[in-house]
Design a protein around this ligand. Sequence first.
Ligand code: ATP
Length: 448
Amino acid sequence: MEVLPLKDLQTQVSLAKRRGYVFQSSEVYGGLTSCWDYGPLGSQFKLNVKLAWWKAMTRRNDVVGLDAAILMHPKVWEASGHVEGFTDPLVDCKNCKNRFREDQAMVNGKVVCPKCGSTDVTEARNFNLMFKTHMGPLESEGSVVYLRPETAQGIFVNFENVATSMRKKVPFGIAQIGKSFRNEITPGNFVFRTREFEQMEMQFFVKPGTDEEWFDKWKQIRWDFYGTLGLNSEKLRYSEHGPNELAHYAKAAFDVEYEFPFGWQELEGVHNRSDFDLSQHQKFSGKKLEYFDDAAKEKYLPYVIETAVGCDRLALALLCDAYREEVTEKDGKKDTRVVLGLHPRLAPIKAAILPLSKKPDLQEVSHKLVDSLRDDFEVEYDEAQSIGKRYRRQDEIGTPLCVTVDFDTLEDKQVTIRQRDSMEQERISIDQVKSYVADKILVLRKMF
Ligand code: ATP
């Protein structure tokens, strides 16, 4: 048997559409660029990804959760530097009218249009990536608000509320999952870079002087997290930002990069943000945000170690990583089995219940089995098409187990369980299905 990995992104995009993972947004109107809708399987899968992150973060004594509003006081974005500095240098090609980012089109110190190759381009203009809207019925300068371009600021401005209400002492962190919006000039590569996306961010507040030690700890914790999700470690690496690449707020920054079909790209950023954000909010709000350290009897502005990963990017990395084609040859004929080898914790459907035929007796037993499992696992009932085709569909969507109810079941009260990866089958009693699925899947209940 030959095992082939994902050859290009388009293969994944087609599977995602065909099997209900991801659809183009507003497709009946021709679609809206860079916007995607997660289908029935994709939304469950994405929820599983978020849960894995949420639990890894908040099942610690020193991290608590938060869900802040998308719309924030406009001053937040002045303080954070986004009004002034959250810009990309934008250039127009005079030859083909293509608009692109100057920093992404530099070749040997020259700006070259990525579409037509011309160097006849306009001067760069700075383009702010924040989406602007208006709050209330009047569209005036005073009513401008922004859709947040990152979730982090909701955490910084709630630092005091959380510390006080939860009686948290530094070092501690706040974790949040939520939508962010950036008017990206060059979105693309499916859900990798979009204008509306979900972030999973954690800001960890530490005493100045202990920041480097915590930075190293979080780098390791985040690396280990990807191992628990089953991502291929050969396709993961850390890359350090050089002094010229560091953001204005950062003291140190590492990116976790994943090798997507379109190359190595950032998945997550781990940053040492120093006390930049808290000191800016203190300055702009006029409110003291210093922390009083009981033990040391001293006041200080905590430093912040940030870990920030895009949920959609991680979902894409996991889907690409899980995809494989198993090619076998029999009697000169090639057969290809497409498998999404997702970690069972992440698979949107844990077990498929498949009656061998549409006979009412088999349907009845199958429905009962579905009912007995539904409270504990995501299960699917499927009676359409041949059993072989149904197995293949489940393989393609990543379902770890298929349970087949056949004619013998009516006599011996046993069913056949088939494993997605090995395709091995075993016969077990109906009464044992629940504990069998639990054993196979919920070794993992610790995490979910
Ligand atoms: P990039 O360099 O790719 O634009 P960034 O360095 O601006 O990303 P951060 O501001 O550090 O990204 O955001 C943290 C994470 O949020 C990124 O690592 C990425 O996973 C995710 N992210 C950022 N922008 C987008 C986007 N436009 N679409 C999808 N995910 C995004």
